[in-house]
Design a protein around this ligand. Structure first.
Ligand SMILES: Nc1ncnc2c1ncn2[C@@H]1O[C@H](COP(=O)(O)OP(=O)(O)OP(=O)(O)O)[C@@H](O)[C@H]1O
Ligand SMILES: [Mg+2]
Length: 261
């Protein structure tokens, strides 16, 4: 397993090179708060993801992680820099399931919005439910599902958008430790069956190292990339693996150094 800390390489100018799914160059973003003050969320972020890569982003609260995902998904336009990405879909920090719809109809929502007929949308969602360990819960409503189940439904909805890039914003942030560990294994399996370029935002350094091909560490606001860890250990990875432990220590060190500077 290699541990490297590098400045992310700059892609050549012009079009996205073949094999790259996402390329950000020198992206900066500033909000204006209600008092009219500038809030610098991101500064000079350059990163790229290869097609099929799972890239994790870790950084302190408020450092611009959600903003970065929204920019990749073109929900906002960057104020500085450029973004070149294949079409990307956001799985938001909160699951945002509609309480009045069944699980299968919630999952099928992206298809319904794209004018896919209800029966076709439902049957495509139901087929995915079996793969994602949700069979038998098609007609349950969100309030009848556990937190882990709700996240699986939200993930099914995200996959059904058909977009080649998934941006997952703290998908397991609200789950207890045991469910979270189960869901990490589940996500690794789901992505092995349905490979997509994935950007995973998490506060949990260990989760990032267990799941990702590469982990980018962000500084406190304004978020900048302050380190990159390449995780080359074979999957499935154990928390107790020496390499996982060493990388976790390295990431924590980078985060605490970032917090001090
Ligand atoms: N629409 C907005 N208007 C003003 N400020 C905003 C807006 N959206 C985000 N911010 C500010 O930008 C900064 C980055 O926000 P963002 O939600 O991207 O951080 P985050 O890293 O996702 O945080 P968390 O880990 O808590 O989810 C924060 O200081 C936030 O208050
Ligand atoms: Mg966030």
């Amino acid at each position: 397993m290699a541990t490297t800390i590098t400045q992310p390489a700059q892609p050549p100018a012009g079009k996205r090179a073949s094999g790259r799914s996402i390329v950000l160059r020198n992206v900066g973003h500033t909000f204006t708060d209600r008092g009219g003050n500038a809030v610098h969320a991101l500064a000079d972020v350059s990163l790229q993801a290869q097609r099929g890569e799972l890239l994790a982003l870790v950084g302190p609260s408020g450092c611009g992680k959600t903003t970065l995902l929204e920019l990749i998904c073109a929900l906002q336009a960057p104020q500085q820099g450029t973004i070149d990405s294949e079409p990307a879909v956001l799985m938001p920090q909160r699951d945002l399931l509609l309480p009045w719809l069944s699980a299968v109809d919630n999952a099928a929502l992206a298809l319904r919005i794209a004018h896919v007929p209800r029966a076709t949308a439902r049957s495509r969602a139901a087929a995915l439910f079996a793969q994602l360990g949700l069979d038998g819960f098609e007609h349950s409503h969100p309030a009848e599902l556990s937190g882990g189940m709700r996240q699986r439904v939200a993930f099914a909805r995200t996959l059904l958008s058909g977009k080649p890039v998934l941006c997952l914003d703290e998908p397991f942030g609200a789950l207890d430790a045991i469910t979270r560990a189960e869901m990490q294994e589940w996500l690794a399996g789901a992505l092995a069956r349905e490979p997509r370029t994935t950007v995973l935002v998490t506060h949990d350094v260990e989760e990032a190292i267990l799941l990702a091909d590469r982990v980018l560490v962000l500084s406190p606001r304004p978020g900048r990339v302050i380190g990159e860890l390449v995780v080359s250990a074979p999957r499935p990875r154990a928390r107790t693996d020496d390499n996982v432990i060493a990388l976790r220590e390295r990431a924590l060190e980078l985060l605490s150094r970032g917090a001090r500077s």
